[in-house]
Design a protein around this ligand. Structure first.
Ligand SMILES: Nc1ncnc2c1ncn2[C@@H]1O[C@H](COP(=O)(O)OP(=O)(O)O)[C@@H](O)[C@H]1O
Ligand SMILES: [Mg+2]
Length: 297
């Protein structure tokens, strides 16, 4: 399966040993002639799937299949409530590739959050296989699972989940306190600056708008340099303007850092910030859309 990225056209004059062809690259506008610094224009996210090199004035381009980062196969998740069993996931199979940005939509109760919890290593599937960066996860001990989660995954939630009594800076520092990282203040400050909140670092959550609080939460997700950010209805409590600002931040992190980003949302307009939409219904993937048009305009 080809990575579902939307590319702008770019002409490559010679492909090693192959005839000239049109290849498409993201983050470029118009047709770019060979040897015009294309490599510099490629972002890390794109490099995840492509190798491009300029030799003299010739651009050599090799297409690589983008590596899967998340592979779930027939995942079932059953919750027991007394004698009653609820099957929240009924056999979900999906592949998500490194550097993708996609969204998950579906009615309430269709299993979206359960799916996010499983791929975020917050919860284990009842059955089925889950490979994260090629490693089987479903059999790991709880401690190992926590380790993988802390090192590889950043979470953003609808309700921000910030500590109210401490500053934005302290909130962002917190994951690093658990993981024993050094230079925490500097790193936290850097993450806050990244989301445009440097000047608000000393403020407490209740002194910030909803959109700003969510940006603090994104900074907190960022500090550990995750491979994946999972955002479960991150704009559910925000007005439309802040919602789009939040999505722009995700787009930027995806584009420049190559972070794989998965966003659950009810709103089509929010989902259209991503390139692919997976629809859930009744514990299963019911439908998928790729090549969503609005991205990178
Ligand atoms: N911890 C839990 N215990 C029991 N049932 C749960 C639990 N979490 C979710 N469920 C049930 O699993 C189904 C899917 O829930 P969820 O994944 O939260 O859906 P969504 O996020 O799409 O609204 C629902 O029927 C829900 O009631
Ligand atoms: Mg949910």
């Amino acid at each position: 399966m080809e990575p579902p990225l939307r590319y702008n056209k770019c002409k490559i004059s010679r492909l090693a040993g192959q005839p000239p062809s049109m290849v498409e690259f993201p983050a470029l506008t118009g047709t770019v002639a060979c040897g015009t610094g294309l490599f510099a224009a490629l972002t890390p996210a794109d490099r995840g799937g492509t190798v491009a090199r300029i030799e003299g004035t010739e651009l050599e381009y090799v297409r690589q299949q983008q590596q899967p980062i998340i592979e779930v196969d027939n995942i079932v998740k059953t919750y027991k409530m007394g004698r009653i069993e609820v099957q929240a996931l009924k056999g979900v199979t999906a592949t998500i590739r490194k550097g993708e940005m996609l969204s998950i939509m579906g009615p309430s109760g269709s299993g979206k959050s359960t799916f996010m919890n499983v791929i975020g290593c917050l919860d284990k599937p009842t059955s089925g296989s889950y490979r994260l960066e090629g490693k089987e996860i479903s059999k790991l001990s709880d401690n190992k699972l926590a380790e993988v989660r802390n090192q590889r995954i950043g979470f953003v939630f609808q309700s921000f989940n910030l500590l109210h009594r401490t500053s934005a800076l302290a909130n962002v520092e917190l994951p690093m306190v658990y993981s024993g990282m050094k230079h925490r203040k500097d790193k936290a400050m850097e993450a806050l600056e990244r989301v445009g909140l440097g000047p608000r670092a000393k403020h407490r959550p209740n002194e910030l708008s909803g959109g700003e609080q969510q940006r603090v939460a994104i900074a907190r997700a960022l500090v550990q340099k995750p491979a994946i950010i999972l955002a479960d209805e991150p704009t559910g409590n925000l007005d439309s303007k802040s919602s789009h600002e939040i999505m722009k931040i995700f787009e930027e992190l995806n584009r420049t850092d190559g972070i794989t980003i998965i966003v659950v949302t009810h709103e089509r307009e929010i989902a259209e910030h991503t390139r692919r939409i997976i629809h859930f219904r009744d514990g299963l993937i019911s439908n998928e859309e790729t090549d969503i048009g609005k991205h990178k305009d």
